[in-house]
Design a protein around this ligand. Structure first.
Ligand code: URA
Length: 237
């Protein structure tokens, strides 16, 4: 989650218009983490910083956790400057202010989580927590066993070596020069799976995220979403 200006955050929480919120700040009615704030440049981290207006806490939304089966063709962002379809278009009837948990490329499909719970987002996205992400990738080019072994042990992309991964060849079609590979990683660097495949000379025809931890898209149609159960959230946390 990104820091936002205090008056913007207050307005988004429904306190008043942004202009009115500015007045409230300068007249000393607002506290952040217990301290009175009168500066208009102040920024807060939604979900983390505690904001009080006239002694009343604001912005305490019910925590929600959503699993979307993302189709290709949607950008993972909360707003796109070029007006392309975004994953938020698929969550139009969700009232809470959720954000995507990590990202999938525009042409990657599959499981994408959303939440308004900063701890959950951190847990899923930070490599040190080792939440697994499982992908099925269709490639142009058929890898040799030694190439798969390289993926398992780590390949160099963007100047770093990827952490050990689980990798299995699901299908090889030598006639058409196509393969399908199952890859499980616990990092989530930018375009990681595509770059890993490129590092062993394969180009990606299609990429789908099959799972995050124990979660899968089973029962969720493409373009649809569902809320996680309490137990599913507990398991991830
Ligand atoms: N790796 C990629 O290359 N792309 C994604 O969207 C997710 C993982």
């Amino acid at each position: 989650m990104e820091e936002v200006r205090l008056q913007k955050y207050m307005a988004e929480c429904g306190v008043a218009s942004r202009r009115k919120c500015e007045e409230m700040i300068t007249s000393g009615l607002v506290k952040v983490n217990g301290k009175k704030v009168t500066e208009l440049g102040t920024k807060v981290l939604p979900g983390k910083d505690v904001v009080e207006v006239q002694g009343k806490k604001i912005g305490e939304e019910k925590k929600v956790y959503i699993l979307l089966n993302k189709p290709v063709g949607y950008v993972t962002t909360v707003s796109d400057e070029s007006d392309r379809p975004t994953v938020m278009d698929l969550l139009k009837d969700v009232k809470e202010k959720v954000v995507p948990v990590g990202r999938l490329d525009m042409y990657t499909s599959g499981l994408l989580l959303f939440s308004n719970d900063g701890d959950f987002i951190y847990k899923v996205t930070h490599p040190k927590h080792e939440t697994t992400k499982t992908y099925i990738v269709k490639t142009r080019g058929v890898p040799k066993e030694s190439d798969l072994e390289k993926l398992r042990n780590g390949v160099k992309i963007d100047g770093y070596i990827t952490s050990p991964a689980k990798v299995e060849l699901l299908l090889k079609d030598n006639v058409n020069g196509i393969a399908r590979i199952w890859i499980q990683i616990h990092e989530g660097r930018n375009r990681q799976v595509r770059k890993m495949c490129e590092a062993i000379g394969l180009s990606v025809i299609a990429l789908k995220r099959e799972g995050v931890g124990n979660l899968t898209c089973e029962g969720v149609e493409k373009g649809k979403y569902r809320y996680l159960t309490e137990e599913e959230v507990r398991e991830i946390m």
